[in-house]
Design a protein around this ligand. Structure first.
Ligand code: PLP
Length: 340
């Protein structure tokens, strides 16, 4: 059996960590890349799914958080803070717990998926429900980190991108460098920026297709959105922190940033679960919704990043899924229920 190593151990030569630096790791990264036959057939190209929901807290945020919290520990910080639509909070809370640090997470009140809230609380973070949206929360935590000795672990932290770029390394290794395009959901735009950094460091330039939800599509519109709205809570962001870098990356790759509707997101999300057996969270399905909507654009080999696990957001799932079949504890009734 192979021992699972975390991404700092796997890619230390490519990361800003020396051999004696403290590492806060839970075996993040090295996520499966699975071929998607039904999706491939629909779009007429070979499509793979990068299952980032299989990271330790169920989203790709663990890649960046492993590096950001390790660096904070090295610098002697005792508290980490972040603003979050949910997954950054869950991840920061977990890595802070493991590092013996205090975790403080600021989430938009009432707008965070159930699983993510449960995670942040159980990992022991102080969870602050801000009466405002993500963009306001980010502005306020930046000031907190400026005025207090607290490490900010949002994706404005360069270590986050360092960790997240390793997903690009893995893709290139798994596909022997043969990748024409990447489809990825875009919220704060840190992840698409990180993938591009990783690809560039390996001399690769697949086309980057970023997808935003129609109601939260500042990069597509070319201006901030004051009240971002979408079922995909992880990308409900109106003023991305990595705006310029992300746009530069998508342009340099001859890619694009485009919008998909909530209905298209949920259709793709249901298709992934019912046809590929992959349950991701709604925001993740924006990558596949975009591919289905805009087509392969001449690309033969495409990877879609499924950023988070479907179990994060059970309420949206149950609201959309079919109902259960009631049945008395009696064989005839069971037969009717099973065969009906
Ligand atoms: C954070 C997140 C995104 C968006 O990533 P950005 O780096 O903010 O663009 C997409 N999907 C999920 C599940 C996320 O948690």
């Amino acid at each position: 059996m192979t021992r699972s190593v975390g991404l700092i151990e796997r890619y230390r030569a490519d990361l800003p960590f020396g051999p004696d630096d403290p590492v806060v790791s839970m075996g993040e990264g090295s996520t499966p890349l699975v071929h998607a036959p039904a999706l491939s057939e629909r779009v007429g190209a070979d499509v793979w799914l990068k299952l980032e929901g299989l990271n330790p807290t169920g989203s790709f945020k663990d890649r960046g958080m492993c590096c950001a919290v390790s660096a904070a520990l090295r610098e002697g910080a005792s508290t980490v803070i972040c603003a979050s639509t949910g997954n950054t909070a869950a991840s920061a809370a977990a890595y802070a717990a493991r590092a013996g640090m205090r975790g403080v997470v600021i989430v938009p009140e009432g707008r965070i998926a159930t699983g993510k809230l449960a995670q942040a609380l159980v990992y022991g973070a102080r969870v602050i429900a801000l009466q405002g949206n993500f963009d306001e929360a980010l502005r306020l935590v930046r000031r907190m980190a400026d005025e207090h000795p607290i490490a900010l672990v949002n994706s404005v932290n360069a270590f986050r991108l360092e960790g997240q770029k390793t997903a690009a390394f893995e893709l290139l290794e798994d596909l022997d460098g043969e990748l024409d395009a990447l489809c990825i959901p875009v919220g704060n735009a840190g992840n698409v920026t990180a993938y591009w950094k990783g690809f560039q460091e390996r001399g690769a330039s697949p086309r980057l297709f970023g997808f935003q939800a129609e109601g939260a599509a500042p990069l597509v519109l070319g201006r901030p959105v004051e009240r971002p709205e979408t079922v995909a809570s992880a990308i409900r962001i109106g003023n991305p922190a990595r705006w310029e870098e992300a746009m530069a990356a998508m342009t340099a790759s001859r890619g694009a940033v485009r919008a998909v509707s909530d209905e298209e997101i949920l259709d793709a999300w249901a298709f992934l679960a019912s046809r590929e057996g992959v349950f991701c969270e709604p925001a993740s399905a924006a990558s596949v919704a975009g591919l289905l909507k805009y087509g392969a654009d001449g690309c033969a080999r495409i990877a879609c990043v499924l950023t988070g696990n479907g179990l994060k957001d059970p309420q949206t799932a149950l609201d959309r899924a079919g109902g259960v079949v009631p049945c008395p504890a009696e064989f005839g009734a069971l037969e009717a229920a099973v065969l009906g």
